[in-house]
Design a protein around this ligand. Sequence first.
Ligand code: HEM
Length: 496
Amino acid sequence: MLILTVLVVKFLTGIAAFAFFKWKFTYWKRKNMPFIQPQFPFGNVPNPFTVKQAPGLIFTQLYKEMKRKGWPHGGIYVFTKPLYLLVDPDCIKTIMTKDFEYFNSRGIYYNEKDDPVSAHVLHVGGTKWKTLRSKLNPTFTASKVKIFFPIMVNRAEKLLKKLWAVYHQSATLDSYNTMSCFTIDILGSCAFGLDCKALEDDSSVFTKSIMKCVELSKLRVLTILMASVFPKAARNFKVRHYPKDIGDFFINFVTNVVKQRQENVCTRQDFMQQLIDLKNHDAETLSTEEMAAQCLIFFLAGFETSSITMTFALYELSKQQKFQDRVRQEITQVLAEYNNEISYEMITDLKYLNQVIDETFRKYPAVLYLTRKCSKTYCEPNKNIVIEKGTLVLIPLHGIHHDEEYYPEPEKFDPERFNDTNKKARHHYKHLPFGAGPRMCIGQRLALLQVKLGLFMMLRNFKFSLNERTEEPVKLTMNSTIVKPEGEIWLDICPA
Ligand code: HEM
């Protein structure tokens, strides 16, 4: 009798669960939105525990499927949660700019209570984001970034010194590690007036802590993805975005820098000073934890994205010497026009190098997909579709950048895709390495300058080619929300 009762309860629970999922999976149909048929129980994503591909690339596949069907947008499900995926560049533009007031949050999980450093400008939304962003914007204007140029040149000279040392030792460069140290040194000096010396010693506590922030296991990436889809449940389970020791490290770091600056009456107008002024102006606006959170994201958003871009640019140029030679020719020519003096203007005049960087951003967009969260119910213009408050919106950047219609033979690296004529003819929203609208990357100017300066310095002085230890084709890591190489990219270097 007992066995029978257990079987009946199990059967009824199974039926109820199935009916629940079935009902949940009718959401987009009820909204009149085209949707990709979900599968029980994971929806449109594969089993998170057995999936072999990078989590972010799943959205590339869904984008391709919708594109094949000719949809401008469509619905998908992550488990039972409906997500809105954008395909058409005009739809993307409307959501990111014109109707931004409905989509001013990113919808990425953070947990201010248990993990205070996760509440930074990249994660927060609404009024909190607006206040922070308007206070931080002045640090990243063209004139501010220009002020940092001499210190950036100093760090680029150290990069060169490192390359000479490598050349004399083995002539084989571990490109990703070296580029990471270079960007840590640049960000440390521009933001905090620190000499991190990562290029001299990549095993320092500081460098290791920064690198640890970005070491994400596949399980961690999936946890954050799921927590972003079900934030209330995640907060109840005290799910953290960053390990506790990383949070503590940044809180101590900020406390020390603030103390030093107060003792030495610092007048540097850098990112840190902007935060200190904000705190002095109104202590309620920014606690020490909140300051630490902004410092963490400054490093996190800046260091990996820039070093990945430089690494992939060098990798592609090593494979195709003709492009590398052309960059070097341009460097010689433009330098001569500027009397062989390195200046901000000279660096910004390197147009072909810019094309190489743009094509690198296209093929390897550091951020695989962008998100927005609907903050008030939104009626889609002319289409009679209502997006409910709380819906997560996905912009599949990697999918767009690898769309055959926009970029024929998308796996081919070709800087000509970004010459003036081709660039002008293309819809702006088909190339979004820094996002778009009011929430686009705050550090774009700084990033472009450091990437260009670093590449200029290296390519002016060295020739690069692929070392046989580099596995071809380079595999991209699964354990990340951003595109990065799984193993090392080893490059042979010799004087140019
Ligand atoms: C090659 C380098 C970089 C790339 C490709 C990149 C890309 C991006 C992208 C795609 C976004 C999201 C934009 C959106 O949702 O529309 C973003 C946001 C952001 N980035 Fe960058 N980034 C880079 C460098 C930097 C640097 C150097 C910094 C710091 C100085 C930085 C700080 C930020 C911050 C704080 C945000 C959040 C902005 C907000 O939500 O208001 N990034 N970045």
